[in-house]
Design a protein around this ligand. Structure first.
Ligand code: ADP
Ligand code: MG
Length: 477
């Protein structure tokens, strides 16, 4: 009997091997062993529930076809899954699952109900023994705390949600907590601070901070080394996972898939998930819908550009922490002129200090002004109307000369109006000169264009996306 079951499985493996990439075969099929064949039911053993889910999700069609090839139309596949019971004596037990693909036709039994526990003698090479007792380095930077995260209108919701989550990780409705906002506005700081606070108040909790990029690298690495189960087990054992910059998942389908499974596992077990992103879930592109919909389950809180008072308070706090003393007027000057990115704000202060040390001069306002001239010019560089027009036309694939001509064709009018709107918002040009630049139109046409674009941005999401997109491109250049 044993022989037949091994032969059937080995034959099946040959078909499978011929149909999928070698790497996938090694990862998902080599660790499987055939256990028994009873009638037309072949039972195989897989190393974990995760493995089972993955196989059923990604390979059910192939498995069904292969098993039927080997055992005829009535052929069925069942899995024995080794379940990690590391909290007990350590010896894993197995549980049985039918394959969805085969069960669907002849066996309506739900795959979600494990039906047996046996097989104590089977060793699971993937189980991390006593995962809960692991000593995990949470990868947190102790400089980021909630205390030194200055509160302002720009971050009130996110910050207070952070406090709530830190007090009761996994037990609030803020799960996942998604913090989003543009670069340099404090996402990483806040996410790290929540992690530090949890570690301070709940030292027994396993917390891990990981950037999305690092997670993707680890995943690829684990595929290469055939340690995918260790990788998944590690993250599934956490009480709190903090993933930074999830927009970097864009286009990485397999890693998203893995994260989806880990997310589900943690969420179902009441574990806390905290993620950061540069966009709101609805605006994230390149991410699978099912993952995005998970991100919307809890609370999405945005970080806005801080107002002047908050920027000053942030600078003062940093200075205090570093034992630096700058005249108020210098702090105000810096905070006033660098207004869209806190990282740049801090960078300006640091370069000011460095320069003053080098030149052995006290920092006063005239010195700050002359030193920061280049810095400020770089950060708020004005774009030219010429460039705006060129980029808008490129974006909509409309010739520039048409935009400046009398034509009323719909797509040309749209490009012209957006170009006028951006010229108004991104340059210091007068309405009159903007009109003149766009084919000799008068200032009331420019006002009308700005109003139209404004209105449309409020009502038409797609249109707003275009304008934001172009604006971003302009700022990057
Ligand atoms: P992001 O991850 O959004 O790009 P960071 O979290 O790296 O931004 O923040 C950039 C810098 O600004 C960090 O040094 C951070 O400490 C500081 N920062 C941002 N927001 C605040 C705040 N509310 N209070 C104090 N420092 C802040
Ligand atoms: Mg960051």
């Amino acid at each position: 009997m044993q022989n037949t079951c091994t032969t059937v499985w080995n034959n099946s493996l040959q078909t499978i091997k011929a149909n999928i990439p070698n790497q996938s075969y090694r990862t998902w099929f080599e660790p499987i062993s055939a256990l028994k064949l009873e009638g037309n039911v072949l039972t195989v053993q897989v190393p974990s529930l995760f493995f089972y889910e993955w196989l059923e999700e990604h390979y059910v069609g192939l498995l069904r076809k292969t098993v039927k090839q080997q055992l005829g139309e009535e052929g069925r596949l069942e899995y024995n899954i080794i379940v990690d019971k590391s909290s007990n004596s350590g010896s894993p037990y197995t549980t049985k699952m039918p394959s969805n693909g085969n069960a669907a036709a002849s066996n309506p039994q739900s795959p979600a109900v494990p039906s047996a526990a046996a097989g104590k003698d089977i060793r699971n090479p993937f189980v991390i023994p006593g995962a809960k007792r692991m000593n995990v380095d949470p990868q947190l930077n102790s400089n980021y705390t909630l205390e030194n995260y200055v509160e302002g209108d720009c971050n009130r919701l996110a910050r207070s949600a952070g406090f709530a989550v830190a007090a009761k990780p996994g037990a609030t409705s803020f799960n996942p907590l998604m913090i989003y906002g543009a670069v340099g506005l404090g996402k990483t700081h806040l996410a790290q601070a929540i992690g530090n606070e949890i570690k301070r108040t709940h030292p027994e909790k396993l917390v891990i901070f990981v950037s999305c990029e690092k997670f993707c690298q680890q995943f690829v690495e684990s595929l290469k080394n055939n340690t995918i189960n260790d990788f998944v087990n590690f993250y599934q054992a956490m009480d709190v996972i903090i993933m930074d910059d999830v927009h970097n998942f864009a286009g990485k389908e397999k890693t998203q898939d893995i994260f989806f499974h880990i997310f589900n596992h943690l969420h179902q077990s009441g574990k806390q998930i905290i993620i950061t992103s540069d966009k709101a879930p609805k605006d994230l592109s390149g991410l699978e819908e099912r993952l995005l919909s998970r991100f919307k389950w809890g609370l999405s809180a945005d970080l806005q550009i801080p107002d002047l008072e908050t920027r000053i308070a942030i600078l003062k706090k940093k200075m205090y922490a570093d034992g630096i003393d700058l005249p108020s007027e210098v702090v105000e000057y810096v905070a006033h002129n660098i207004d869209n990115n806190i990282r740049e704000l801090e960078g300006a202060m640091v370069s000011l200090l460095a320069q003053s040390t080098l030149n052995k001069k006290d920092i006063d306002l005239p010195l700050a002004k002359s030193m920061l001239k280049n810095f400020i010019k770089n950060t708020s560089k004005e774009v030219s109307m010429d460039f705006i027009q060129k980029l808008v036309c490129e974006y909509f694939e409309v010739p520039v000369n048409l935009v400046n001509s009398p034509t009323r064709k719909r797509e040309v009018v749209q490009a012209r109006q957006i170009s006028m709107y951006l010229s108004k918002s991104m340059t210091k040009s007068s309405l009159k000169s903007i009109g003149a630049y766009h084919g000799g139109r008068d200032h009331s046409t420019v006002i009308y264009a700005c109003q139209t674009v404004n209105d449309l941005m409020g009502t038409d999401k797609k249109f707003k996306g275009y304008v934001n997109d172009i604006q971003k491109k302009l700022q990057m250049n």
